[in-house]
Ligand binder design. Structure first.
Ligand SMILES: NC(=O)c1ccc[n+]([C@@H]2O[C@H](COP(=O)([O-])OP(=O)(O)OC[C@H]3O[C@@H](n4cnc5c(N)ncnc54)[C@H](O)[C@@H]3O)[C@@H](O)[C@H]2O)c1
Length: 301
């Protein structure tokens, strides 16, 4: 981006910091203090789920704007602590829910305007990602918190707030890990709609990640690559929009930079601030809590 100067990269793994710095044309920094000493307006916090908290708190206290990768932590308490810190510091934030910056999601939002959503079915059917921390619940938070949180965020965007959830799992862990093999959850929306979440990490390939949304005489199917809409009863037509998923990732970053410059974002790019990301994180954690307790969980109470 021509209006951005990269100041540095820091990572406890010095080799990784040096590699990324060389790739993007900057230099590695020893630690967050070294980064701050260089004069930073904004930081992208791309740490694994277990490492959230202190990094954001230190950057926010220094007045640095924060783009924070999802999930916002392993639990709600850490994310609430960070939310309190960014609120107290008054720094701009955005969360890596880049699906919201996709043209297909913007079109889905338009198509649903004025319609009453009845049913939302969210799926994340995938392999275990290659990063070592992912298969361990104590490091990643599990598949729903770490991965399906993207489609839960869309479920909130398109279906409205979720007021109650209940989930069960097949707890057979993948080799070398302890996360669940599969999760089946139900969602109750404030507007009266109902929904489901189905997730598994026991495939050898990414099979499907997406969301179906149904209203009266209207069916939408949304993935990172495509929106398919069938509208208008028996005589209605079906149409499809396709996108390059990389566009939404870039658009999310661009929208944050525009926000820092005080400009309106261009295209579908949008900022999802930390408070909004926290609402989605609470939903994902509520599903995990329901699994742990074996009971439905009421949100927002
Ligand atoms: N929005 C998206 O679609 C998307 C895509 C990829 C990754 N992510 C998220 O980004 C996060 C990182 O994923 P990844 O695949 O890059 O993981 P990774 O393990 O490849 O990289 C994480 C890096 O963070 C470093 N790290 C650990 N603790 C740190 C700390 N306290 N301070 C600074 N650095 C620290 C690690 O050394 C490592 O180099 C995850 O939460 C993941 O969900 C989001």
């Amino acid at each position: 981006m021509p209006d951005v100067t990269l100041v540095g990269v820091t990572d406890p793994d010095r080799d990784r910091a040096a590699d990324l710095a060389a790739t993007v044309g900057t230099t590695p920094a020893d630690d967050v203090d070294d980064l701050l000493a260089r004069g930073v307006d904004a930081a992208w916090v791309c740490v694994p789920p277990f490492a959230h908290g202190e990094v954001e708190e230190r950057l926010a206290a220094a007045g640095v704007a924060l783009f924070v990768e999802k999930p916002l932590g392993l639990d709600v308490a850490t994310a609430e602590r960070v939310q309190a810190a960014v609120h107290a510091a008054g720094v701009p934030t955005s969360v890596g829910h880049h699906w919201r910056s996709s043209t297909v999601v913007a079109r889905a939002h338009e198509v649903l305007a004025g319609r009453t959503v009845r049913l939302v079915t969210a799926t994340w059917l995938d392999k275990v990602p290659p990063v070592a921390w992912w298969a361990h619940r104590g490091s990643s938070g599990g598949q729903v918190v770490e991965q399906a949180v993207h489609v839960l965020d869309l479920a909130r965007l398109l279906g409205g707030e979720v007021t109650a959830v209940h989930a069960v799992v097949d707890a057979a862990a993948p080799a070398g890990g302890d996360v669940d093999a599969a999760t089946a959850g139900t969602l109750r929306f404030a507007g009266g709609a109902v929904g489901t979440l189905a997730a598994t990490c026991r495939l050898a390939w990414k099979h499907r990640a997406g969301l179906e949304v149904y209203a009266d005489d209207l069916a939408l199917s949304i993935t990172e690559e495509q929106l398919t809409v069938r509208d208008g009863g028996g005589e209605g037509g079906t149409w499809t929009v396709e996108v390059d998923p990389a566009e939404a990732r870039t658009a999310a970053d661009r929208a944050f930079v525009d926000h820092l410059h005080g400009r309106e974002p261009s295209g579908a790019g949008t900022v999802v601030d930390h408070a909004e990301g926290l609402r989605t994180h609470r939903l994902a954690c509520a599903l995990a809590d329901s699994v742990a307790s074996g009971q439905p969980v009421v949100l927002g109470g």
